[in-house]
Design a binder for this molecule. Structure first.
Ligand SMILES: *[C@@H]1O[C@H](CO)[C@@H](O)[C@H](O)[C@H]1NC(C)=O
Length: 398
């Protein structure tokens, strides 16, 4: 872990002992470990664990007051901030050198927001990795340019590729599985109990689960479970990376595979509070696939949360479909758009597509650990919706 974090912070991030390194995170997220590694560089650390948007000025006041140079946060925070605040109008932000964003993909429009409304000259490092490796697969590099919507590069020493379903490296720009084809210093050895640390059977079961989770093709290639595209190499970056969501949350209607983020991007662009009228504002949304035709195909369901007191009109539904068709393809258009009172999120602000897909398809709520969700009470609504949605597609045998 120490070698890996030193590589990330010192070589890729160019952090120095005089940096004031800030993170908005809880101590239960790996970004806390990432932050604490700053001590090995000699940085001054600032941790904020709380509600960052009760007054959106707060963290930016803190930046000026403490001379924060590296500002780490979640994509979700930047997304929410972009709807309510322009830090550049109210704060000097002279000390700021880099902004890190993680937790979920950073939409292309938020790159514009960061450069236009926060600071024109920072390095915007969208970074991605995992709690399971407690480090990064792709992220920032101060020696490379930032391209809108792209993670700058694959991290030094990480043999990351986008794989096709048959386990070959994708062409640039093609979506596939995020894999790491070579071992790396902080690669986990297994699930607990590790070999030699447990009872025979429990130990064997843990290791079998570990193999299934990360090495599904039986080789030593690490499958992380993210759906990504590696872009064409530009300016020596060896190809940047675009995150398309969890690979187990990939949509596949009519055999056309795409990431749910392709739908979310359209919703963000056309129906956010800043671009749409109140009756057409979508605050949250979630897209999942539902099996149809006895599981040989699937249809896309899009759940939307509107502002309080608004109902999903025929007009809004048609408009959503029209925008998705125009900006993506007819294949991307959801078969059903359903209004919900809430969309579940993890504590880290990630949408929970896979559990919702399971619940819609009949799994019990007990299959989801409520402690991992910010708002587990909303799951019940999906159980009810699932019954109705399944009734729509289930053919009664003659
Ligand atoms: C931010 O700083 C301004 C100017 O000093 C002050 O008026 C405001 O109350 C501060 N806001 C917060 C949330 O700290």
């Amino acid at each position: 872990m120490l070698i890996q974090s030193k590589k990330e912070l010192v070589i890729c991030g160019d952090l120095k002992p005089d940096d004031v390194f800030f993170y908005y995170t809880t101590t239960g997220w790996m970004m806390w470990n990432f932050l604490v590694s700053g001590l090995t560089v000699g940085c001054t650390l600032v941790l904020y664990d709380g509600s960052p948007l009760r007054d959106p000025a707060y963290l930016w006041n803190l930046t000026d007051e403490l001379g924060i140079t590296i500002f780490g946060t979640s994509a979700k925070y930047i997304d929410h901030l972009s709807k309510v605040y322009v830090p550049r109008d109210k704060h000097l932000l002279r000390s700021l050198r880099q902004i890190y964003s993680t937790g979920s993909p950073l939409a292309p429009a938020l790159y514009d927001y960061v450069y236009e409304s926060i600071h024109p000259k920072v390095l915007l490092g969208s970074i991605t990795g995992g709690s399971d490796i407690c480090s990064l697969f792709a992220g920032m590099c101060t020696a490379l340019p930032v391209y809108r919507g792209e993670i700058q590069c694959r991290m030094l020493g990480m043999a990351v590729e986008s794989y096709t379903p048959t386990g070959t490296v994708n062409e640039p720009g093609e979506a596939g599985e995020l894999v790491c084809t070579q071992p790396f210093p902080c690669m986990p050895l297994g699930f607990w109990p590790l070999p030699g640390y447990g009872e025979g059977e429990a130990e064997a079961a843990a290791q079998a689960r570990f193999q299934q989770s990360y090495f599904p093709d039986g080789s030593s290639v690490w499958y992380h479970g993210d759906h990504v595209a590696v872009t064409r190499s530009r300016a020596g970056n060896g190809g940047g990376m675009i995150m398309l969501g969890r690979s187990d949350g990939v949509l596949n209607p009519g055999g056309i595979r795409f990431g749910s983020s392709e739908i979310y991007d359209v919703i963000d662009t056309c129906f956010s509070a800043s671009t749409a009228s109140a009756d057409q504002t979508i605050i949250e949304c979630l897209a999942v696939g539902q099996p149809i035709d006895m599981g040989t195909d699937e249809r896309v369901l899009l759940f939307v949360k509107l502002l309080d007191g608004h109902v999903l009109s025929q007009e809004l539904e048609s408009k959503i479909k029209a925008e998705i068709r125009a900006r993506r393809t007819p294949r991307h258009v959801p078969a059903r758009i359903v209004q919900v009172s809430d969309v579940p999120y993890t504590l880290n602000g990630k949408r929970v597509e896979v559990p919702i897909k399971k619940i819609i398809n009949g799994a019990a709520i007990a299959s989801v650990n409520p402690a991992t969700l910010r708002n587990p009470e909303c799951l019940l609504e999906y159980t009810e919706l699932g019954k109705a949605l399944r009734a729509e597609v289930e053919k009664v045998p003659q």
